[in-house]
Structures are given as C-alpha cells and as structure tokens.
Design a protein around this ligand. Structure first.
Ligand SMILES: *Cc1c(COP(=O)(O)O)cnc(C)c1O
Length: 384
C-alpha cells in the first residue's frame, strides 16, 4: 500500500468510527464497560481498560503515521516505556544511550537496582562500545535520536541491524522528531514509543504515551501487557490527543522553520559556546540526520559562555520564553537539563553524557521567531 502524506493522515476524518451518527469529530466513549448480547460471545468492546473506541481511533492514526501494525495507547510516555520493558524476561540486559531522556534513565536504572534487569548505558555513536555491548547478548537496544538534550544522532538503520544480528529487539523513542520527521520502524526498529504528552498532543494539557510495533506477534504481547498491567490511557485523553494531532504537521513545519532561524542565530552569537541542532551543517552527524529525518525538528540545545552563573542570569531576563520542563507544545519553553529534566541522572552520569550546568534546552513553539530571538537577545544583554 502506498503511504499517505502525514498531513493527510492527521487531517482525515473517520465517520465510519461512529456507527450511530457518522460524526466528523468523534464522540467520547467514557463508559467503563459495554453490554454483551450473550454470555458466550465477547463483543468487540467489552471492558474499557482493555479496549476503547477513542484509543482505537488514536492508535489507528499513530499506526499509519509510524507504519506500525498495532500497539497500545498508554497513560504517559513513561508507562509506554515501562510497557516495553515488561515485554522482556526477568534479568534481561538492556542497552541504552547514556544521554537518554532522564526519566528513561531513572526507570531502567531503578529496575536494574532491584535486579529485574541489567542495564548498560553507552554512547550509541561509538562503534567499539556498541560492539562490546552487543557481545554481551542483550535483549533490548534502546535508541533515542535526536537525543535529549544534546541532539546527538544515532544511525537507526545501522544500530537496529546490529541489534538484530545480536538477537536483541530495538526500540526507538520517537518523541522528539515525531513521525512527521522520522519513522523508525521503516528504518528497521522493532518497536517505537512516544510520549504523546509532547508534540503529538501539542497543547501542554495532558499526559499520554504509545508503544507500537510492526510485527503482529509483538503487537499481541504489547496489547496483552497493557491490559494486564492496566497502563491504558483514558478515553478523554485519547480524544484530546487525536484533536491535537490534527495540526501536528503544520505545527512541526512552523516550529521547525523558527528553530532553523534561531539555531543559526545562536550559532553565530559571540556569547554562545556551542549550539546543538541537527539542521546546522556544523552538527557532527548532520549527514546522518539528513538521511534518516525529513527535517531537523524544533529542539535546540546550547551552552553559553560564563558557566552556571551566566546561565542563571540569562534565564532570569527571559520574558516571553518560559522556564519549564516539557517540549513540543505551542509555547516556547527553555530548561536547564542538569537540574530539571535530567535531575534523575547522578552528576557522574551527567558528566559522562556531556550534560553540563551551562547547557540549556529550547523547545521552539509557535510564536513569531523575531519575538523569540529578541527575548533571547535580552537574556544575553544581561551578561555584558
Ligand atoms: C517526556 C518524554 C518522555 C516521558 O513522557 P511522559 O509523558 O512525561 O511520561 C519519554 N521520552 C522523551 C524523549 C520525552 O521527552
């Protein structure tokens, strides 16, 4: 089947999903349970922890965007991550990037501390470290590209095939790029997860997640565990996420345009020590990003001259850009990963990953880019 354009996928109505009235905007089916015609014939919808029409509508759309066969809509990104780890046998070895999302690091490490799995965190760009990790018979390779907050790029095709050769499943956390920019399953990954809290919902007003797979056997296991562990998202949240998703493509286009402008402005700024953005020709893996992503996305990180003290003074001057965790929403947010999103990572692990106290992460929103640049300039002026 030929793939539809993401813009078309997210905007397509599904009147067939409402058998009563063929609505364009689907109703919200809040019922926790559904009537059986007789005790021996399970209806399509029986109990809403297991199945719900709003989750199914969202799931269908996400599956088409990600070339997945199925999966589960969960109540947060973290519950999607937990669901992926529940697929593994006890004691399984998980290989993850040392600069992954702080919550992913906390979850994998917490389970490792309890002896439920064993964890190896490596720099996924390093061929030797990768070969050594694959030599230890892992069951799962965790990929996050572009990485958060350093926006390093992992070659998905290369690493997913390396994992397969070692007998491991590979998973990509595709929250940052969104399926409008990157499709990990098409590049050889077995699993793709999302925090739909971020760009997919895009309105900073709920939590959600998804775990999807292309292989029907894996899909079955995902559905089984989501139900068994009770990780499913609510009907209301699924409906809201689908509503937000309608504008995903145009939001990403617009946010990315602004991010390109802001990143090259930062890169040329005398007070900026380093700018991380896959769209800059100076990014060390600019070519890999250009090959596997259809655009660099809307996330930038940068460090400013003067260390932690200058960073604090800079942040205090911002008026339009808000100091807050999270990303992918309508409004531009800035954060200091060392003390905010990545505080679950001990200082040694932060140093190992390259997350310094002068590093700032910017999630570019929908405001006019001129206004965002003026706000950043106000921050820099405070340092002179
Ligand atoms: C936010 C985020 C998560 C966790 O998602 P929640 O919805 O906050 O539970 C996982 N991975 C990445 C890359 C994220 O940005």
């Amino acid at each position: 089947m030929t793939k539809r354009n993401p813009a078309t996928i997210v905007a397509s109505a599904r009147p067939d999903a409402d058998p009563a009235y063929a609505s364009i905007a689907p109703p919200i089916w809040t019922s926790d349970t559904f009537q059986w015609a007789d005790a021996d014939t399970k209806p399509e919808y029986d109990y809403a922890r297991t199945v719900n029409p709003n989750r199914d509508l969202l799931l269908d759309t996400l599956c088409e965007l990600e070339s997945a066969a199925g999966g589960a809509i969960t109540n947060s990104g973290q519950s999607a991550a937990l669901l992926a780890l529940l697929l593994l046998p006890i004691g399984a070895r998980v290989v993850a990037p040392h600069d992954c999302y702080g919550g992913t690091f906390r979850l994998i490490n917490g389970l490792a501390d309890q002896g439920k799995l064993s964890a190896t965190f490596i720099d996924l760009r390093d061929d030797d470290a990768f070969s050594a990790a694959m030599g230890a018979s892992p069951q799962l390779l965790w990929i996050e590209t572009p990485s958060n907050p350093l926006l390093r790029i992992t070659d998905i095709t290369k690493r997913a095939s390396g994992a397969r050769a070692a007998g491991a499943l590979s998973l990509a956390d595709n929250t940052l790029p969104t399926p409008c920019r990157q499709r990990p399953l098409d590049l050889g990954c077995d699993l793709v997860m999302h925090s739909t809290t971020k760009a997919l919902n895009g309105h900073s007003d709920l939590f959600g997640g998804a775990l999807l797979a292309a292989d029907p056997t894996l899909v079955e296991k995902i559905i089984w565990w989501a139900n068994a562990a009770g990780l499913s998202g609510s009907a209301h949240d699924a409906s809201q996420i689908l509503r937000g998703l309608r504008t995903l493509n145009i939001r990403v286009d617009r946010q990315e345009d602004s991010a390109r402008r802001i990143a090259s402005w930062l890169d040329n700024h005398a007070q900026v020590r380093e700018t991380n953005f896959p769209g800059l020709a100076s990014h060390p893996q600019h070519d890999v990003a250009a090959a596997q992503q259809s655009g660099p996305g809307f996330m930038i990180s940068f460090s400013i001259h003067g260390g932690a003290k200058a960073t604090t003074a800079f942040l205090a001057q911002l008026k339009l850009i808000t100091l807050a965790s999270s990303l992918g929403g309508f409004s531009t947010l800035i954060c200091k990963p060392a003390t905010m999103t990545h505080r679950g990572m001990p200082p040694e692990a932060q140093a190992e990953a390259g997350i310094g106290s002068d590093l700032l992460r910017l999630s570019v929103g929908l405001e006019a880019s001129d206004d965002l640049i003026s706000d950043l300039q106000r921050g820099f002026e405070a340092l002179i």
